[in-house]
Design a protein around this ligand. Structure first.
Ligand code: NAP
Length: 302
């Protein structure tokens, strides 16, 4: 599904996003640019980022029409998508305040929403034009070359607009996600962050921790020769971008720490059952988890 130029389609002809600027043409920004172009609802796409190599790749793949290292290149854009790691938000939003047109709609795809809203409020004199969003879709790969046109088809996108948001901006961003095949829903930013700490951020931390724990003796290649499908499945997300996950952890500290505590409590309970040889307790803990996961899979398949 990756590579190649995505052909313009008809679906988005009634939606006019005008000139689009994507700051951060990686997996998410690149996939959104591809899908919006394929839907035929953008005139021209400008990519903004740091590495010329990534931006050249994006241009060669037809994801963007032109590019710049400077956020000032958003000046002509009607719609601006911020798709950089959370740690770059201060730098990007302070530049947007200087260079974005006052009638441009700004949205983002970042994984922690209170930080996005707080940063927009800190820098933008018109925060009502900013509609915060988070597509619940992705892979463990990064960069423009990893992007693909169908990433958001069937995905849920959580929108967490702030209190001062302009309804016309919300409608544009909602329509943007619908046109790429996603289903937008609305949520309070703090609630989003608590939820994501549990179902996304903690699992990533756990995957990183498991790999480190198992390989702590410095015999990683030797030990991993014996790792099979279970280890591979469980640790797939430990191949995700370390920078991105560092930033997510640091911009959702309170909720994530609560989830780390919950995991530690689980592990402590399991450790105690193992130490005491309490098979009944262990089986009950495993059975409880199996029931919840099986029910979830059953419901998401039907
Ligand atoms: P990615 O593939 O690494 O893309 C991020 C892009 O941002 C890169 O192309 C990078 O290019 C650029 N960038 C980094 N710092 C920048 C800066 N200071 N100024 C301008 N550009 C900068 O990461 P991604 O997976 O697309 O993630 C992007 C955002 O989406 C993150 O906020 C993440 O939390 C969120 N998100 C990710 C997923 C997922 O599963 N991956 C899912 C939902 C949401 P250069 O390094 O060349 O500048």
């Amino acid at each position: 599904m990756t590579g190649g130029v995505d052909r313009p389609g008809r679906e988005g002809r009634s939606l006019r996003l005008g000139r689009l600027a994507v700051i951060g043409v990686g997996l998410i920004g690149g996939s959104l640019a591809r899908a919006l172009r394929a839907a035929g609802c953008v005139e021209r796409i400008t990519g903004i980022g740091r590495s010329a190599e990534n931006l050249r790749t994006a241009e060669r793949l037809g994801i963007i029409d032109d590019w710049s290292h400077d956020v000032a290149a958003v000046e002509g854009a009607d719609t601006i998508v911020v798709a950089v790691p959370m740690g770059a938000y201060d730098q990007v939003f302070s530049a947007l305040e200087l260079h974005a047109r006052s009638d441009a709609v700004i949205t983002d795809v970042g994984s922690t929403k209170q930080h996005a809203l707080d940063t927009a409020a800190r820098y933008l004199t018109a925060p009502g034009r900013f509609v915060a969003g988070h597509p619940i879709a992705g892979t463990e790969d990064s960069g423009a070359a990893a992007s693909f046109v169908g990433l958001f088809r069937g995905a849920t996108v959580v929108l967490t607009p702030g209190a001062a948001v302009e309804q016309e901006a919300v409608r544009r961003v909602e329509a943007m996600w619908r046109v790429v095949g996603a289903s937008p829903c609305f949520m309070d930013a703090a609630e989003h962050d608590r939820l994501m700490a549990a179902v996304s951020h903690l699992p990533h931390l756990a995957a990183f921790a498991i790999v480190n724990a198992v390989t702590a003796e410095g015999r990683a290649p030797e030990m991993l020769r014996f790792a099979a499908g279970g280890f591979r499945d469980f640790t797939r997300i430990a191949s995700s971008s370390p920078t991105m996950w560092r930033d997510i952890a640091l911009t959702n500290r309170e909720a994530l720490v609560a989830q780390i505590d919950a995991l530690q409590a689980q592990l402590t309970g399991m450790r105690q059952a193992v130490v005491e040889g309490d098979g009944a307790r262990l089986a009950a803990l495993f059975q409880c988890a199996k029931r919840v996961r099986d029910d979830w899979l059953h419901r998401s398949d039907s």
